[in-house]
Design a protein around this ligand. Structure first.
Ligand code: SAH
Ligand code: AVI
Length: 324
């Protein structure tokens, strides 16, 4: 019998208040910035799915390649009864894990966790039909605000964090996130972490500045979110999409560059925001990793890297970690 339910973990007004706080904080900072989680309204989630199919955006294909060849091995090692997935989005690649764990016969529950309720609804409903013996218990939450990892159907639990989304956290957020993830684990649980790897800047920049302009639309969509949710009057046409490689930090930065001097009003915050001509608003960092840095950051959070796989071309890494 298939089950799908959806729980909102945070209080009803959480996201509204958090958006107000982040926008006030980021728009009055120098340089201006916004956290990338605000990309993902229903349209942003759809645009991200479109990005995953672009010829330039290799991470999804590379991670799928690894999961295709390793899912059975991951199932055999973890024997997971509960699969929790953070930032699950469409759960598209996750099906490889669900298939392998179902085939092994250990899996009872899948817990996708995401800020995007529309993505959870769409994915959860089809998964419940595709996997009739699985309980799908979606959770709308922000994984940077405490994980509240439920026991689900019980251990062992496999907590998957795929797609390279860890790289969208700033270094201090990343350390806090990994520490809180570790604190929520029991002995015998596992973490499966997907991370994009450092490579030629030309390849990286193209992945974030595609010829068809889908990433530009994804980037500008955050302005539509602010217009709708906070009564702002951004004209997305007056901003250019920028993607650049920061070789020192080893991350891609996405920015929106003001085409002219302009003052935008954010009505609900009673906040005028002035942009000089050419001034940039940082909307995302996407850190790229090396094997050693992943092992070190996991170790600093009390996690031991147990297995490490890459795709054939060495573009993307998948780590299996355990409590140290
Ligand atoms: N895991 C999928 C989707 C990656 S896109 C894949 O590999 O293709 C990133 C996902 O993380 C989006 O669905 C977005 O809504 C979600 N997300 C981003 N920040 C989040 C946060 N702070 N808390 C919970 N989910 C978040
Ligand atoms: C979700 N995350 C890992 C994506 C990335 O590649 O950093 C988001 C994205 N931003 C632009 N394109 C895709």
């Amino acid at each position: 019998m298939s089950t799908f339910d959806l729980t909102r973990l945070l209080p009803a007004d959480h996201f509204g208040q958090a958006l107000r706080h982040d926008v006030k904080n980021g728009m009055t900072a120098h340089p201006k910035w916004l956290p990338p989680k605000w990309f993902y309204d229903a349209r942003g989630s759809e645009l991200f799915e479109e990005i995953t199919r672009l010829p330039e955006y290799y991470p999804t294909r590379a991670e799928r390649e690894i999961l295709t060849s390793r899912a059975r091995e991951i199932a055999a090692i973890t024997k997971a009864r509960t699969l929790v997935e953070l930032g699950s989005g469409s759960s598209e690649k996750t099906r490889l894990l669900l298939d392998a764990l179902s085939e092994l016969g250990t899996l009872a529950e899948y817990v996708p966790v995401d800020v995007s309720e529309s993505a959870l609804e769409a994915a959860g409903k089809s998964l419940a039909v595709e996997y009739p013996r699985l309980a799908v218990r979606a959770v709308v939450s922000d994984f940077t605000h405490g994980l509240g990892l439920s026991d689900g159907a019980g251990g062992p639990r496999l907590v998957a964090f795929l797609g390279g989304t860890l790289g969208n956290l700033l270094p201090d957020e990343r350390a806090a996130f990994l520490t809180s993830l570790r604190a929520g684990l029991d002995p015998g649980d596992f973490v499966l972490l997907g991370t994009d790897l450092v490579k030629e800047p030309k390849v990286l920049v193209a992945a974030y500045d595609d010829a068809a302009g889908v990433t530009a639309a994804f980037n500008k969509n955050v302005l539509d979110v602010l217009n709708r949710e906070l009564g702002a009057d951004f004209d997305p046409e007056q901003f250019d999409h920028v993607a650049l490689w920061d070789a020192k930090q080893e991350w891609i930065e996405m920015r929106l560059r003001s085409r002219r001097a302009q003052t935008v009003k954010i009505r609900e915050l009673d906040l005028p925001v002035h942009f000089d001509e050419g001034e940039e608003l940082r909307t995302e960092v996407s850190a790229k990793f090396r094997h050693t840095r992943i092992a070190d950051e996991l170790a600093a959070a009390g996690l031991r890297l147990a297995e490490w796989w890459t795709d054939e071309a060495g573009r993307f890494g998948l780590s299996l970690a355990v409590p140290a």
